[in-house]
Design a protein around this ligand. Structure first.
Ligand code: NDP
Length: 259
């Protein structure tokens, strides 16, 4: 028996969502999308000017957002920002761990500092954020954590070895969070986007040979757009996913089932 009206399953009214790396690309698009579902938005970025610009762009869409400026790799800064927000402004109900970087180099020549930086940004930082919000969510007996994974969580390509390693770790971390935090009423899941046209993938988008290959290898026959991810993010942030734990939801035009 349904216990809610259909749209209540996806209603985020009164919920606040912190989205890391939200000054552009997927993070910015998810922030705008969650706002449309009623969420109060907290944008994170590490550059105050870019954060202010992103807030202005959201305002053009009639969305007013708060900001938390910190580098996701800096654990004391992460903890301070989240604890201060929770005591001064209110609860963080939803965390979208989105900030991420890429570095392209053959594995043989991969610079170790670059490898570490990709690991720190794309994997370890998700643990810092998750741990900091969970300490508060646990007391309320509810929360939603969404880690942005990738099709590289279960696949690989040449010259993105650190990214493949880090995104595989995101799948493991999502399961580890679930094993320990589901009992607190916290849903930890991941979204695994396929190739989405953003600044991160600009070099691939502009490479005609790659783009042609991608389109033939993707059953949906096209690049993904940021908007393609909004429905999954609302689902995983909302009561509709209350019994979903530890999963990676691939939104990839079908790529992971055919390549
Ligand atoms: P973009 O490069 O367009 O945006 C990345 C965002 O993360 C920027 O706002 C950037 O801000 C921020 N960021 C990077 N490092 C940090 C940091 N240390 N602290 C805080 N913010 C930081 O990337 P996308 O939007 O394409 O990617 C977003 C996420 O989605 C990433 O995790 C990526 O791996 C994942 N993803 C993307 C896919 C795609 O095809 N685009 C496919 C699968 C997954 P700044 O300007 O300060 O660098």
């Amino acid at each position: 028996m349904m216990t809610k009206a259909a749209k209540q399953y996806f209603d985020l009214t009164g919920r606040s969502a912190l989205i890391t790396g939200a000054t552009r690309g997927i993070g910015f698009g998810l922030a705008a999308g969650l706002a449309q579902a009623g969420a109060k938005i907290i944008l994170n970025g590490r550059n105050p000017e870019k954060l202010a610009e992103a807030t202005d762009r959201l305002r053009l869409q009639d969305v007013s957002a708060q900001t938390l400026c910190f580098d996701v790799r800096d654990q004391p800064a992460v903890q301070k920002a989240i604890n201060n927000y929770e005591s001064a402004d209110g609860p963080i109900d939803i965390l979208i761990n989105n900030a991420g970087i890429q570095h392209r180099q053959s594995l043989e020549d991969f610079a170790s500092d670059k490898f570490q930086d990709v690991m720190n940004t794309n994997a370890t930082a998700l643990f810092y954020l998750g741990q900091a919000v969970t300490r508060h969510m646990k007391q309320r007996g509810q929360g939603k954590i969404i880690n942005i994974a990738s099709i590289m969580t279960k696949m690989a390509r040449h010259h993105v070895g650190a990214y493949v390693t880090a995104k595989a770790a995101v799948g493991g971390l999502t399961r580890a969070m679930t094993a320990e935090w589901a009992a607190y009423g916290i849903n930890c899941n991941a979204i695994g986007p396929g190739y989405i046209s953003t600044e991160l993938t600009q070099p691939l988008f502009e490479d005609k040979a790659f783009s042609d290959w991608l389109i033939t290898q993707t059953p949906a026959g096209r690049w993904g757009q940021v908007d393609d991810l909004v429905g999954a993010a609302i689902f995983l942030s909302s009561p509709a996913s209350d019994f979903m734990h530890g999963q990676v939801l691939y939104v990839d035009g079908g790529m992971t089932v055919t390549v």
